[in-house]
Every structure is written in C-alpha cells, then in structure tokens.
Design a protein around this ligand. Structure first.
Ligand code: UD1
Length: 342
C-alpha cells in the first residue's frame, strides 16, 4: 500500500520527522519535506537521503503561509500529509502563549484548508500524551477525557486534535489519525540522525546525553518526593524508530478510509528518572552523577500508555527496550557531540 505513496512531512527536518522520513523511504514511499527550520537544521537532509536511499524534495516554507503551501501542492503530487511542524517548548509556551496558539493552530487549520483545496485526503497528526492532563489514572487509554492540559503547548495539541476531528466529520472525505506520543527518545541505530535541541535541552534524555559528553556541567533530577517507588517521576519512554514505524502503520491504516482515529504510541512500561539515568550510565559506560533539585512546575508524577488499541488496529507494538533507547541515543550524541551544525 505504501509503495509509491508520496507523503508530505511538515516539520520533517525535526527529530521525529527526520526519523519518520527515513522509515517511510525504507517502506517504499517518496518523501517531500516542508520546514521553516526555526528549530531544526537543513544539514539533516543529506543524512535522511543517505539512510533512506532516495532523494527528498525540500521546501523551506512556513506551514502557516497559505500561498507557500498552495505552491507546494501545485508543484508536487501529494497523497498524504504527516503534520509534525509546531512549536513544542513547554516553558516557552507559558511565557509566549499567543505565539504558541497562533503558530500551532494556524498551521493546522491552514494545512487542512489547503489539503482540502488540492484534494489531499489523508493526514496523520503529531499529538502528545500531554493532552491527558493530570487527572487520569494510568495506564492512559484513548477514551479517557482530554484537554485539562497544564500549559499552552499542551492546549495547542488538544485543540489541533479537535480541529482535525471536526474537519474529518465535516468534510466526509478526510481520513485522519491522531498519534499521542508518550516520551520519544533514542535515534536511528546508524548514529547519523538524532535529537538536536537548540540551547539547553528541556527534556530529560537530550540533557542527560549532553551531560554525558561533558557539554553540560551538572545533572539535576527535578523532584524526589513524588508518590513513586524512588520518589522521581515515571514516564513511558518510546524509541523514536518504533514511533517512526507507528507513523508508517498509521498511514497504511488510514489510506482508503475516512474519519478520525486516535492512538496512544508508547511501550506501556514506565521508568523513573533515576532508572533512566542508570540505564544511560550503563549505555555510555560512565557513572553519571546527579543532584536532586526542586520539582518542575506542571510535572505529572506517573504517565504511561495503554497502547493496545494501536496493537489491535494498526498491528503496531514497540519493540525496542530502554537499554536500546539509551545505547542509540549515546551513539548519536557521542558521534555528533554538538549536533548537526558543528
Ligand atoms: C515533556 C513535556 C510534554 C511533551 C514532552 C515531549 C513538560 C512539563 N512536559 O514531557 O508536554 O509532550 O516533553 O517529549 O515539559 N527531568 C529531570 N531533569 C532534567 C530534565 C527532566 O529530572 O534535566 C525530569 C522531569 O522533571 C520529568 C522527567 O524528567 O519528571 C521527564 O521530563 P521530560 O523529558 O521533560 O518529559 P515530560 O515532562 O514527560
């Protein structure tokens, strides 16, 4: 089914987009990328081509720009879109709330409108487990209530979900899949592509990886008084290649269908911050010393997925464990200590 499918990836130069691009090409699809490079680098493109074994068509455009999207859809024949593009820094979304709402919602609505105008019928959307907020008890299931998010970034994911769902209801011809990612980490096992955040990383794994190379001086564990066995927060870390495969399966599922389906993409296993640091220490062969620091505002003690719906309907299940996630992150980080540009 995916053979010869031509897929537009918005935000395809980013961490999850670049891994998905490679996996799509390995599955026989053609890839077109639209990215304004605000939080990514065009240096990833030759590496995507090297790993996927094909050329990528690249457009340096903003998905919020309707004319630019029209020009792309006129030039390229696109069968389906995977929408990764968006701002995603949680603390920044609190201080620049309107920027987040404007950017993340305009891009989603603009994309849906331009898809409709050009007869593109399938979309897979990059959503997040953050939509579950803090009141649901894990394992989190797709039918649990969403929208009580702790920050504007999370709200933009929730609102984009609603917009896509309602567009699918209204249009009748649209087929949409919302993928709620848990905590993506790891890298392609080649070590050629990986996560390369700008500035000091907000998320645990890129920070730990940079600490292990000596690029960061101290490692802080935020909060050791949570109601968990070791007092630190528990998350469902998922290997980015398992996540990339989930996108391929989601496309395979939706092409030829209409309506909107939502899937959790996690492993179903929770690991504490201390367990992750221990696994990473093993992977990099260094005893990573950390210090406890105060809780981070908005952190939820325990989150992990029930991903049985994805297994049932997509035939997808995570295969890579926490050790593999840390080993692959370390291969990327140690081979590219300063990321893509340097
Ligand atoms: C965060 C976002 C979430 C987003 C997800 C993307 C917040 C509140 N949530 O999730 O909306 O979808 O990233 O992957 O930012 N930690 C430390 N030390 C550090 C960094 C993190 O102890 O230097 C801890 C955090 O307090 C948390 C755990 O590690 O307990 C995981 O943090 P992180 O990687 O930022 O992921 P989430 O908070 O789950």
């Amino acid at each position: 089914m995916l053979n010869k499918l031509r897929v537009l990836l918005t935000g395809g130069c980013g961490y999850i987009g670049s891994h998905t691009a490679v996996e799509l090409m390995r599955a026989g699809s053609e890839v077109v990328i639209a990215d304004n490079l605000v939080n990514s680098s065009a240096s990833v493109l030759p590496r995507i081509e090297e790993l996927g074994g094909k050329r990528v068509s690249f457009y340096n455009i903003d998905v919020c720009d309707p004319e630019a999207l029209d020009a792309l859809f006129e030039r390229e024949h696109i069968d389906a879109v995977i929408h990764f593009a968006g701002l995603k820094c949680v603390p920044e979304s609190v201080s620049k709330a309107l920027l987040y709402y404007r950017n993340n919602l305009d891009s989603t609505m603009n994309l849906l409108e331009r898809m409709n105008a050009h007869g593109v019928r399938y979309i897979v959307f990059s959503s997040s487990a953050t939509v579950y907020g803090e009141s649901n008890v894990p394992p989190l299931r797709e039918d649990m209530p969403t929208g009580a998010c702790t920050n504007p970034y999370g709200m933009t994911k929730h609102m984009s979900e609603i917009i896509i769902r309602d567009a699918a209801r209204a249009e009748g011809k649209l087929g949409a899949v919302l993928l709620r990612y848990f905590n993506p980490i790891g890298a392609d096992e080649s070590g050629r592509i990986g996560e390369d955040p700008q500035g000091i990383p907000n998320n645990l794994l890129p920070y730990v990886a940079q600490f292990a190379t000596g690029r960061r001086e101290k490692l802080f564990v935020n909060g050791n008084d949570y109601p968990t066995p070791d007092g630190t927060c528990i998350r469902d870390y998922i290997h980015v290649m398992d996540l990339a495969i989930a996108h391929v399966k989601a496309l395979d599922y939706i092409v030829g269908r209409t309506g909107c389906e939502v899937f959790n993409i996690g492993t179903g296993n929770g690991y504490s911050v201390l367990e992750v640091i221990a696994a990473f220490s093993k992977a990099c062969g260094k005893d990573l010393k950390y210090e406890f620091a105060p809780r981070r505002a908005g952190d939820i003690p325990v989150m992990y997925a029930d991903s049985s719906k994805a297994e049932r309907l997509l035939g997808w299940k995570a295969e890579r464990d926490i050790n593999k996630m840390c080993e692959d992150t370390w291969r990327w980080q140690s081979n590219n200590p300063m990321g893509y540009e340097k």
